[in-house]
Design a protein. Sequence first.
Length: 98
Amino acid sequence: MLVAIDTILAESRTPPIIIIQGDHGPWLQPKNKRMWVLNAYYLPGHNDELYPEISPVNTFRLVFNKYFGGKYDMLKDVSYFSPVPKLYDFSEVSNECR
């Protein structure tokens, strides 16, 4: 991954936008830790727009708004969990562990 990023940065004529995201934490963790995700950004000229609580729902809204003239509203950064025996029975998960 590091070699790929270094290559992209070294060979890009225009400063690239780089986003690396993971889906979710380990399956057997408590639901609040299961919501932890990998969110790594390289946003030339806009890294100051990021904030600690940003969730994947707002990743591309931010990118489209800042780089491509988008007009997307930022959504509330929350996560929802649905246990296996009760699929589609969603409950909001606290963001206190982020």
